[in-house]
Every structure is written in structure tokens, then in C-alpha cells.
Write a protein that binds this ligand. Sequence first.
Ligand SMILES: NC(=O)c1ccc[n+]([C@@H]2O[C@H](COP(=O)([O-])OP(=O)(O)OC[C@H]3O[C@@H](n4cnc5c(N)ncnc54)[C@H](O)[C@@H]3O)[C@@H](O)[C@H]2O)c1
Length: 447
Amino acid sequence: MTETARMGYISDDMKEALLKKLHDRQAVIGIVGLGYVGLPLMLRFTAVGYKVIGFDIDPEKVQALKQGHSYIKHIAADKIASTIKNGFQPTTDFARAKDTDALIICVPTPLNAHREPDLSFITSTMDELLPHLHTGQIVSLESTTYPGTTDEELKPRIESRGLNVGKDVFLVYSPEREDPGNPNFTTANIPKVCGGCTPACLEVGIALYGQVVNKVIPVSSTRAAEMTKLLENIHRAVNIGLVNEMKIVADRMDIDIREVIDAAATKPFGFVPYYPGPGLGGHCIPIDPFYLTWKAREYGIHTRFIELAGEVNSAMPDWVVSKVVDSLNNHGKPLKGSHILVLGIAYKKNVDDMRESPSVHMMELLRAKGAKVDYSDPHVPVFPKIRGYSFDLSSVALNEKNISSYDCILLATDHDDYDYVKIRKYAKMIVDSRGKYRTQYPNVIKA
Ligand SMILES: NC(=O)c1ccc[n+]([C@@H]2O[C@H](COP(=O)([O-])OP(=O)(O)OC[C@H]3O[C@@H](n4cnc5c(N)ncnc54)[C@H](O)[C@@H]3O)[C@@H](O)[C@H]2O)c1
């Protein structure tokens, strides 16, 4: 006997009751994984009046939130504090899932040591939630993953509880889209793709997200929604790989790649500008494409574009470091023993997120070749503990004395906070991997 039958409900009533609760904003929303994705979502649901319970396995994060602190720089602590006042309940107690009407899963999806998908966060979360699921709930997966995850990993687990997906519990996949540090886009004004396991699931998914985002884009299945997210990120990875390769060619031909990109971008159709840099960073673009590579193998397909872009992009830190070596060499200096200051160790400008940052990889390469490496980053005052890297460093102040003391300054991340005029004025040599200095200066080398 299904739980529905046991409780004497008719499935359609279950769906209607949940839809009503969502529309009336009486539903209790559970957000699982309170990180870069989960926290903004929590803020949005609470802002429109829902009661939100936040689940995380990290007791320190839960404690910080309870005290009204934020551990993500672009999320202000006062926002967290006011949501706590308005009833937001962070917890490590997964039994509280029984008190929710919606469970939105935003846990990490990294690659393992063999660069294969590591779904353990998703599956362990689901296993923790499972005993507390009940009829009339919607479960939404937001973590980026390969097509088939929702159908193959979550649906069977839910059904193992005797709950019928599409009748008792509604299951959707709705990928997160975020551009941290970009002030033009918020959770509310970024359209949200949603795919359901069944038409009823999709209907409930649209009702859930329709309350908090301006536009929900329905697609025909959870697999289409999963693939949509991967296409978006693969599109970026491949195009960034292309401009990075173009940069190397242009450099050899003594052509300024940024001048070329800007000129090409005046074409009013058929061209989208992407900009080269020192390599890919962040939680998404260097990782997500390989989720598809792995899954495609099951279908006998080798994803050549993804692999090639990965190869080009992951070679960029070495190429930029070779520019540092050449520039020092032109001044009669070996890299070994030289003092190098890396500007910007977050993976992109104006954020404090260091995940997969190419700056750190370059620091490691420089140090391995005997350079004395420091860094300056207004968003990262102390070099944090990162798996695989160990730098006992704090951010160097950018005053005249410090700037002029380095043999080379490597501009790795172009934060807006830097005083670029001052840096150029006092630096002996700048290797610019971000195209920040567009005019030619004797002490600036484009990389
Ligand atoms: N950061 C982004 O800009 C971004 C954008 C789009 C999609 N995504 C995707 O969203 C997902 C989450 O990414 P994120 O950047 O928010 O990660 P994050 O590391 O910032 O946050 C994940 C949170 O989940 C918690 N957690 C880990 N295991 C858990 C478990 N079993 N149960 C409950 N909580 C658990 C962690 O403690 C952490 O607080 C990933 O799949 C990522 O690819 C991220």
C-alpha cells in the first residue's frame, strides 16, 4: 500500500493542496546546502514571505547563520540577521525535513580524484532526507549534474520509500544560474529552467519557482533541464578555450587580441565576445563540462570539444608563467630568486571565491621554479586553507614601497579595487594576463 493510500488521500488533492500552499505562500521551504547557491535562494524565498528552514551538514555555518553572520562576502550579514528575525531557521537536523512542503537541494557536485562526477553529496543528502519525506512534498534538485541524475538517482530512492513520484511526491530538476559579483542580475530576474519527472511534477515546480523568479522556463523532462545547464557552461568553457588559443596566436603575431575582440564585437549579429585570461576558475566552468564527458561515454560518445577546451584552458597558467619567465629574462634576471607579487587570487574579479583559481596554480608554478611569491587581494586578506595548496601568506598592502620592491607583478585577477595607475607608476614590471592595461607602457607585458 502506498503512503497516499494509507493516509486516505487522493493524489490530485495532494497536488492541489500543495499548489494552493505554494500560491498562498503558506508552504514551508527547506533549502539543503547553504552555500553560494542555497543562501541567495533562501533570501529570496524569505523576502517574498515564505517560512524557510535551511539544512547544512556544517555546524559552523549553521551556527554563523543563527548568529546573523554571513560567510559569503557578497551576501551582507545584515540580510542574514533580518531573515533570522523573520523566522529563517538554519539547522543540521535533517529530521526537520518532515516540517517542510518543498525541499530544494543545492549541495556540491565536484569531480573526484579521477576527474569523474562525485555524486556522493547528492546521494548522501537524499539518503538523509529520505526517512523524513512525506506525501504532498516537492523535491527539487539544483546542483549541476549530468542528464539522468534526477531520474536515475533521486527518483528510485524516493520510490523505495513507497512514495509515487508524480502522485505522492513531486520531483523536478531546476538548475541554478548565478553570476556572483554581477550587480545587474539577482535571483529574481534570472529566468529559471525547470523540468519535471511527470507533467504534475512540472506543474508544481513552476508553482514553486514562479513565486520567486520573474520567469520560469519549462522544459519537457528533468534530463533536458540537466542538459541545459551543462550546455550553458560548456558553451562558456569552449568559447573561452577558443579565445585563449587565439590569444596565443595573436601574441606570437604581435597583434593585441583584445583590440581584435572589441573590433569583432561591433558586428551586430553572429558574434559573442569572450575574453582570454590566465585559465578557468570557479566551481562551475572548469568542472561541469566533465560531467557530460563522463555520461557521454556510457553512450559511446567522446566529447572532443570539451576535452580540447579543457586542454587549452588548463595550459593557460603555464603560458602566463612562461611570459613572466621571458620578461624577467629580458631584464637579465632568472625567475629563481626573483620576488613576484600576484595581484588577485580569487578566481574572478570583485569576489572572494578562490575555488579552482588559476592564480593559485600560477603561484604554485612560480614557487616550484624558485621564485619568492607574495600576493595582494583586497577580498582575501589571509591565504585560506585549500586542499593541495599551502601558502602561509597574508595580502600585501599596495603602497609605493611594496609595489616597487617586486621584480615582477603578475596581474592575475582584475579587481576593481586596485589603483591601476599607481601600480603601473611604481612597478618595475607588470605581466598583465587580464588586458587591463590597453595602451603600451614600457613596464607592462601583455600575457
Ligand atoms: N557557485 C555558483 O555560482 C553556482 C552556480 C550555478 C550552479 N552551481 C552548482 O550548485 C551546487 C552548489 O554549489 P555552491 O557553489 O552553492 O556550493 P557551496 O560549496 O558554496 O555550498 C554547498 C553547501 O552544501 C553543504 N553541504 C555539503 N554536503 C551536504 C549535505 N550532504 N547535506 C547538506 N548540506 C551539504 C556545504 O556545507 C555547503 O554549505 C553545485 O552543484 C554547483 O555546481 C553553483
